[in-house]
Design a protein around this ligand. Structure first.
Ligand code: NA7
Length: 557
């Protein structure tokens, strides 16, 4: 394997040299948290790394999602890198749940401090990644004319990087300001005195509504499926608290890795019906007061026991009546027809209070469906609502969208598009049979959306790095999982998915939000520690579930 110092990075290409393929050891696609960990780790291993990123800088979703009110829904302390004690000690979080500007500042701080930026080509979108079997190389091309080859390619493209417009006719006709939450302008946007409409009431829509409602002239919230949302109860972190955390980061990271969600929030082994109704009520009220995702952690069986789940759902629904003064609006805001927590639970600070403002109007698209977007606004069955601004918070082509958006071609010309025709399939969410030396971080058959994405990214990169080291030590050139290993993994994933209520809601988790996307829960629902266990087991006995190719036939050795 070629090992050179980081200083030998390929220089920025000019128009004349773009056609000649540059050569590195690893190509990393994406400069979100997965891509950042990956370039750091591979550089530390002495590998030459070339990263590509469509955005103008590091940060992934936090680079793109600059919409008003954007905020992480896991504690910042938890939603931060654990691979560098320097970063842990030098960075100080100001709030329990950081807002987007602070998160983006954090990712930039990490990039500066660890000198990661020079490994990426920004504002450069990968067009294709094609496996050259004869030379055992991935050949990656970009929309700027780059051609780079490497024996390894890591897709750190993230589960939520392809925003999805709603399938409503007339979107291009709208003459007012049109903003997409996930492509929010870098310049300030004013809502004052404007008639603003927002489509979508998932985590994103909820954060925007509570922020924009008090600022807009009028705000029309187009809600199709109400979400369950709970109080975030965000707070400033005191210097004493931060100092304490910094002393105990190692233990906190360990605890996070051992918890099902890869985070330090509370979880329980208690079954819902194992305690009396009064105790249940007390525990739920305590969790409600505590805020964040505490309610989810109150009982162990909320995602498997339908009756327990419904009782918690009813507890949360009743809270809406405590806040929203108009009983008709309160009722329309109540989520029904799917289990609580089967959609990503949302956290808010004043979402329901916003509907008490006289300028904020709920449009219930279940009873008054959107028919079209017009030049002047949104037409529902009952009439046209004129708007100065329309905001789309309509979600993402999640989990698979990013890898299907460009040409990823494996052995024998097989495309990921073909392989995933009936749904995402891979071994451990990390590798695919037929796609040698291609890795994914936070892939669609791992715990991606269901556990802390930073912990998963770090784990995945470590796992990939260990395999690359194993190959270097043994002079192996190619690796891919056996078809059987992949089949067996997908069976494990399917069996687990069948036992959880997560598959019982129409969400991006199951592909229900994208037309013609194969339906089904392909995420690993067994919890982060179990996932780590499976991955560790796969690395034992000389990686017995993988097929290796000899170094002799490789141009990479
Ligand atoms: P989500 O959770 O997928 O929410 C998208 C919202 O957009 C949801 O309320 C959808 O309603 C709504 N939507 C989509 N298309 C339409 C149309 N045509 N008409 C009306 N409403 C529509 O995306 P978010 O960005 O909020 O959150 C994504 C993740 O980011 C979240 O899970 C966290 O992990 C962070 P629907 O449910 O389809 O009826």
């Amino acid at each position: 394997m070629n090992v050179e110092s980081a200083e030998t990075q390929i220089p920025a290409q000019t128009a004349t040299d773009r056609q000649a393929a540059a050569r590195v050891d690893v190509i990393v696609v994406g400069a979100g948290c997965g891509g950042m960990v990956a370039v750091y780790k591979f550089r530390e291993m002495g590998l030459r790394v070339q990263g590509f990123e469509a955005g103008g800088n590091v940060g992934g979703v936090w680079y793109w999602n600059r919409y008003p009110g954007a905020r992480v829904d896991l504690p910042s302390i938890d939603y931060s890198f654990g691979f560098s004690t320097v970063i842990e000690q030098e960075w100080t979080w100001s709030e329990e749940f950081a807002a987007q500007p602070e998160l983006l500042a954090y990712f930039n701080f990490v990039a500066d401090r660890l000198d990661l930026r020079r490994h990426f080509r920004f504002e450069t979108r990968v067009n294709s990644a094609v496996w050259d079997d004869a030379r055992a190389l991935w050949r990656v091309t970009s929309d700027r004319g780059d051609v780079v080859e490497a024996p390894y390619c890591v897709m750190a493209t993230g589960p939520l990087s392809v925003p999805k417009d709603p399938e409503i006719p007339g979107l291009d006709r709208f003459r007012g300001e049109l903003h997409r939450a996930a492509r929010w302008p870098h310049e300030p946007v004013s809502f004052a005195g404007k008639r603003v409409g927002i489509i979508g009431t998932g985590s994103t829509g909820i954060q925007i509504v509570q922020e924009v409602g008090p600022q807009a002239g009028e705000l029309f919230v187009f809600q199709r499926t109400p979400s369950f949302t709970m109080p975030m109860r965000n707070r400033k972190l005191t210097p004493d608290y931060v100092a304490e955390v910094k002393r105990h980061y190692a233990g906190l990271r360990q605890a996070a890795r051992n918890s099902p969600n890869g985070g330090v929030r509370p979880s329980s082994t208690r079954a819902f019906f194992s305690v009396s109704p009064e105790q249940r009520r007390g525990l739920l009220e305590d969790a409600w007061k505590q805020g964040g995702l505490s309610v989810l952690g109150t009982f162990a069986d909320l995602l498997v026991n339908e009756e327990a789940n419904e009782q918690v759902a009813e507890f949360v629904r009743a809270k809406i009546d405590d806040v929203v003064t108009d009983p008709v609006v309160a009722d329309k805001l109540k989520p029904r027809g799917y289990p609580i927590f089967a959609r990503r639970p949302c956290l808010d600070s004043s979402y329901y209070e916003t509907f008490n403002l006289p300028n904020v109007h709920l449009v219930d698209c279940l009873t008054d469906e959107i028919v079209e977007i017009t030049e002047r606004g949104v037409r529902t069955r009952s009439g046209e609502i004129e708007l100065d601004m329309l905001i789309l918070a309509t979600g993402y082509d999640g989990l698979t969208g990013a890898l299907l958006a460009f040409d990823v071609v494996g052995r024998g010309g097989v495309r990921v598009n073909d392989k995933w025709k009936e749904g995402a399939r891979s071994y451990l969410g990390l590798m695919m049979a037929g796609f040698p030396n291609l890795f994914m971080t936070t892939g669609p058959n791992g715990p991606a959306a269901l556990a802390n994405i930073i912990r998963i990214s770090e784990h995945d990169v470590d796992w990939i790095a260990a395999l690359i080291n194993h190959m270097a030590d043994n002079r192996l050139a190619t690796v891919e999982p056996t078809a059987k290993a992949e089949d067996d993994w997908m069976e494990i994933v399917r069996a687990m998915a069948g036992r959880t209520l997560v598959s019982k809601a129409k969400t991006w988790y199951v592909g229900a939000n994208v037309k013609d996307k194969p339906l089904g829960l392909t995420l690993f629902t067994g919890g982060f520690p179990k996932y780590v266990e499976y991955c560790a087991a796969a690395a034992t006995d000389g990686y017995r579930n993988f097929v290796f190719g000899n170094a002799k036939r490789s141009a990479a050795a």
